[in-house]
Design a protein around this ligand. Structure first.
Ligand code: ADP
Ligand code: MG
Length: 618
């Protein structure tokens, strides 16, 4: 029998390791930035082209390498950071596995230029797929520059798996943020396609956070600091009223290394208990300092997971530290809770005039009491479920061949095709057309009768459904730009670099919604807005920014953004409506393909059949 077991060539082993360490351009950015930090650099410049597909270049002014080290650094398990297993328990550097450069080199074209503090000249080395193609002396300042071109050129499966530039760049920025937040005393620069995205000079942590997220964040931060013999915590948490519905502003570092730690995340959320509506996440940038001997960071190749000897001890420090921080700054509770009022039908008095809504203050309202923390109309249940239901209920429904928004607006045509098969609630066209009269209940529901009974329509959700279907129709149409309300004076919306990039990448499909944006110095400029709805340009942009993932449960980002916009634009609870506005809303609702649910799968219409009513009077 011939032998079957062979030792894998180093090249193949490196490619396999690369699969774990380098998943996308952002992973290479992280590894190269961390190497620069480990080399003691005070300035690190990251340059990417096409979100890192074409080029990732990291240049630092750190210690550099002598020729012999430069020749060795691309071999597997080549590291200057540890020499024995014991060293694993005293690691203070970012790297130690000696895998990153070997992995990157095996799947790209790499050029290294480096000059060590003690060398007279620099040294330059080129590799293709891990094989050296050229090495020679060169002139350069002390430091290191590594250029990675054509990442995954020899791993087509990986290359094809990459997402759009917008998404890949978002990952690059995420990694950049993590390293930059953990090392505020280092000057970091990020350039994308020759344009500066970040230029963060060495500064105190607060200033670094503001540099990363934007100037508005300064007032949102609350300092936290506490320590025991074993562990220290330091950093900032966000005031609860600025919490967001999306994650992405939660940063926990252990010994200056970004980590994911579900237990500690929950502990931090616990500190906010009673201060946040459901499904909202506060910002935090927290640094734990702990003796490396009490820590195992070796459990994952990308080193983002840690195990502590004493989770409990850390929790018992973290929770009161954050509570104290929040308390000290007398953080005002959020006033943004949408309260659900109970359904309490009062008979409509004859001749009663509908009055303008007035501000209602609930003196019993206590944001710390759990019964007030429900999100009301916010997408309360797990968002995934909501999107799933959105997907199933909406996309499986018959496409609406009904009237256009404009026609409905002008009242020329009233509801045509009601996608009856998509209506869970069986309302025939005949029944709907006999809908009358209408009145408004608690400035929240439109009450009307049908042949078979009584129906209540949630005005906010109904309007969301209408707007959502309109926006999706516009998205699918061939028209590049929908009807828009041109702003006489374009509105400036301040955004941090990452958000700004995200909005600008979406410019074309936003125009289909009638939302016209352009680049400006500090963020973006809104030049046109959708015609319907009373909104600020900023609220619309923030709504769009709530959806960052390309695809969730098979629903595209554009469609989910349409739902967010509809939610923002829709008429509010508490607004009193004129009779003609109610008629219009109800009519347009029944012109929708799925009138019974809002874009998030929540109930829009409640019916009381006549027999149900009769039962009640028995
Ligand atoms: P690790 O960081 O785990 O040691 P890497 O593969 O990332 O492994 O790097 C291998 C070695 O190359 C490092 O240990 C370090 O000695 C050297 N090196 C890498 N990047 C730089 C840099 N920017 N400046 C100086 N030395 C570097
Ligand atoms: Mg490294």
């Amino acid at each position: 029998m011939p032998e079957v077991i062979k030792q894998l060539p180093e090249q193949v082993a490196n490619q396999i390791a690369a699969g774990e360490v380098i998943q996308r351009p952002a992973s290479a950015v992280k590894e190269l930035m961390e190497n620069a930090v480990d080399a003691g650099a005070t300035r690190v410049e990251v340059r990417v082209e096409d979100a890192g597909r074409t080029l990732i270049q990291v240049e630092d002014n750190g210690a550099g390498m002598i020729e012999a080290d430069a020749m060795r650094c691309f071999s597997r398990h080549a590291t200057s950071k540890i020499s024995s297993a014991d060293d694993l328990y005293s690691i203070v550097s970012k790297g130690f596995r000696g895998e990153a450069l070997a992995s990157i080199a095996s799947i790209a074209h790499v050029e290294l230029k480096t000059c060590h503090t003690d060398s007279e000249h620099g040294f330059q080395l080129s590799l293709e797929g891990g094989t050296e193609t050229e090495s020679l002396p060169c002139a350069m300042e002390v430091g290191t520059q590594i250029s990675v071109r054509h990442l995954f050129y020899n791993v087509p499966a990986r290359r094809n798996f990459l997402k759009s530039d917008a998404v890949e760049m978002r990952h690059v920025i995420d990694e950049f943020h993590r390293v930059a937040l953990a090392h505020e005393s280092i000057h970091f620069v990020l350039l994308h396609n020759d344009k500066e995205v970040f230029n963060l000079r060495a500064a105190a942590l607060r200033k670094r956070i503001v540099g990363v997220f934007g100037s508005k964040y300064d007032e949102r931060l609350v300092p936290v600091e506490e320590s025991t013999d074993v562990v220290g915590v330091k950093g900032f948490v966000g005031k609860p009223e600025f919490a967001r519905r999306t994650r992405g502003e939660q940063f926990l570092f252990v010994n200056q290394r970004f980590v994911r730690h579900h237990v500690l995340h929950r502990t931090i959320m616990e500190a906010y208990e009673g201060l946040l509506p459901r499904d909202q996440f506060p910002l935090y940038v927290l640094f734990l300092t702990i003796d490396p001997a009490r820590l195992d960071i070796n459990i994952h190749p990308t080193k983002t997971e840690v195990k502590f000897d004493e989770d409990r001890h850390i929790q018992s420090l973290l929770l009161p530290a954050i509570r104290r921080g929040l308390g000290k700054y007398a953080v005002a509770p959020s006033l943004d809770f949408e309260q659900e009022t109970g359904l309490n039908i009062q008979p409509l008095q004859e001749g009663r005039v509908v009055s303008e809504p007035s501000v209602q203050v609930n003196p019993d309202y206590n944001p710390f009491s759990p019964q007030h923390t429900g999100g009301g109309l916010r997408p309360g249940r797990g968002q995934m479920d909501a999107w799933k239901s959105l997907y199933e209920k909406t996309w499986n429904a018959e496409a609406n061949q009904g009237v256009t928004e404009l026609e409905a607006d002008q009242g020329t045509t009233r509801r045509s095709a009601i996608g009856t098969n998509s209506l869970e609630m069986v309302l025939t066209e005949d029944q709907v057309s006999s809908v009358r009269p209408l009145f408004q209940l608690q400035n929240k529901y439109i009450v009307t009768s049908t042949k078979s009974g009584l129906i209540l329509v949630d005005q906010h959700r109904a309007h969301q459904r209408i707007l959502y279907e309109t926006l999706v129709r516009q998205l699918e149409s061939d028209v590049n730009q929908s009807i828009t309300q041109q702003l006489l004076f374009p509105a400036q919306v301040d955004l941090n670099a990452a958000d700004r990039l995200f909005v600008l990448e979406s410019k074309n499909w936003l125009a289909k919604f009638g939302l016209l944006v352009a680049e400006s110095d500090d963020g973006i400029e809104v030049q046109g807005m959708p015609v319907e709805g009373e909104n600020t340009p900023e609220s619309l942009i923030l709504a769009v920014l709530e959806e960052r993932e390309e695809e969730v449960a098979g629903v595209s980002r554009e469609e989910r953004a349409a739902a967010r916009l509809a939610e923002t634009m829709a008429v509010r609870i508490g607004k009193s409506l004129k009779p003609e506005e109610m008629v219009d809303l109800v009519d347009r609702l029944f012109g929708c393909s799925t009138p019974s649910l809002d874009p998030f799968g929540r109930t829009v219409i409640v019916t009381f059949e006549s027999n149900e009513l009769e039962q009640r009077f028995r």
